[in-house]
Design a protein around this ligand. Sequence first.
Ligand code: PMP
Length: 398
Amino acid sequence: MSLFSAVTMAPRDPILGLNEQFAADPNPHKVNLGVGVYFDDNGKLPLLQCVQSAEKALMEQPTPRGYLPIDGIPAYNAGVKNLVFGAGSEPLQSGRVATVQALGGTGGLKIGADFLKKLNPGAKVLISDPSWENHRALFTQAGFEVGTYRYYDATTRSLNFEGMLADLKAAAPGTIVVLHACCHNPTGYDLDAAQWSQVVATVQARGLVPFLDMAYQGFAQGIAEDGAVVGKFVAAGLQCFVATSFSKSFSLYGERVGALSVVCADPDEAARVLSQLKIVIRTNYSNPPTHGGAVVAKVLGDASLRAQWEQELGAMRSRIKLMRQKLVEGLRAAGVPQDMDFITRQVGMFSYSGLSTEQMQRLRSEFGVYGTDTGRMCVAALNSKNVDYVCQAIAKVV
Ligand code: PMP
């Protein structure tokens, strides 16, 4: 009898399973719209110029690789704070934000979840319905009971804002509410400014704990514009959590660069919170890795590299918008009778296409076009060479 004979096989990650299927597909026209990764117009994963320049500069002055502080590179955390809250903003000036470097956005979420579990073990967590798959798994793994608030209405193919607000109003005080700060994954539908104000007021009135997941800052409208959502919670005087990811915005997926910021009432509280976040980190992986953080810190701290980054990020954002337009035009040209304009009202890397599971499966088996069964497609993987083919394939299954 082996020690592991009782271990059952865990279900496969649905997206990774899709990737394997895609890799094995001999169709020469195949297109992978499954995974949430930005590709350039040649279908290649970009290596940003600002990243290459920062790496070159770092290589020219090689530094030994000692352990980083538990909370990461100070210049990196300062850069994150400026991006998320705005340089010179009140919470930064008063020193009441605790920020730690994390292993991607996922790491930021997990540090926050573990900290919250110790702080308030009985709290429930609410995520959007639907949400990024890992939200539920991650908060469940941290020991929380995870429920949902309404977000998307499949029949109208739009936000169910009334439902969302009603569910938040019905939540018990202390409930942790995970909110996508921008570029909602998987639907692509974001709240507008007035709706955010209502959410902030509800969170405040009900005494909920806002946990903003900001995995795509800069992909909706721009860095400052997307960050404005955080500013609304801060302006209301709320304490809140913000998980940052640079995986997409720097195209540094494998470097695992992210952060967690916690807005506290005052500097003394921020110091106490930071000390607890450091315990979570110390007992999980001790301290973060050096390279990705050093690259991002270099770019954010150097005026010309920072300008180059904003230009490159802007180009990614514009290209995605262009692909949304081409998709709508191409679907119309391919004879799709339905109004598909909603695709251009969505933002970020994903589109909920409204296609059924059966239609998504036909797209895969007959045309080699891979999206998830839920109808989610990564529009950031479309390009000038594959978009027409995708439109024609969709036209044949709808
Ligand atoms: N949150 C959301 C909503 C995401 O879409 C992702 C990435 N797919 C993450 C968090 C995690 O980002 P990272 O890869 O930096 O861990």
